[in-house]
Design a protein around this ligand. Sequence first.
Ligand SMILES: Cc1cc2nc3c(=O)[nH]c(=O)nc-3n(C[C@H](O)[C@H](O)[C@H](O)COP(=O)(O)O)c2cc1C
Length: 95
Amino acid sequence: MLHADPAGELIQDLRRSFGGTFIVNSGFSAVTTRDEAVSVVNDDIADLIAVGRPAIANPDLVERWEQGADENEVDQATVYGGGEHGYTDYPVLRG
Ligand SMILES: Cc1cc2nc3c(=O)[nH]c(=O)nc-3n(C[C@H](O)[C@H](O)[C@H](O)COP(=O)(O)O)c2cc1C
């Protein structure tokens, strides 16, 4: 379900009704940021956040977010393509 306001009443009602581990994402337009992910969990909007494009562009995203390191920029032209380019060839921090 896509909804612009995961902190809003509808999504939070669904969370209470569901009662299990609740995962949201930031929506399709803007790329998920570390700050956004942290606040979703710290502000108790959800238990977890699903991360798409930053995880594709940064094979070591967890390490980068732990360190506050710079991220590889997502190449939107390859995100939805068919080949391995853009999925297996982003650099890690330590090569
Ligand atoms: C390879 C790929 C396929 C996706 N396919 C869909 C899709 O079929 N339907 C959809 O609503 N969103 C799709 N998305 C967008 C995700 O909903 C989006 O990645 C998610 O909201 C998390 O945002 P983020 O990629 O900025 O972390 C896709 C994203 C990626 C990276």
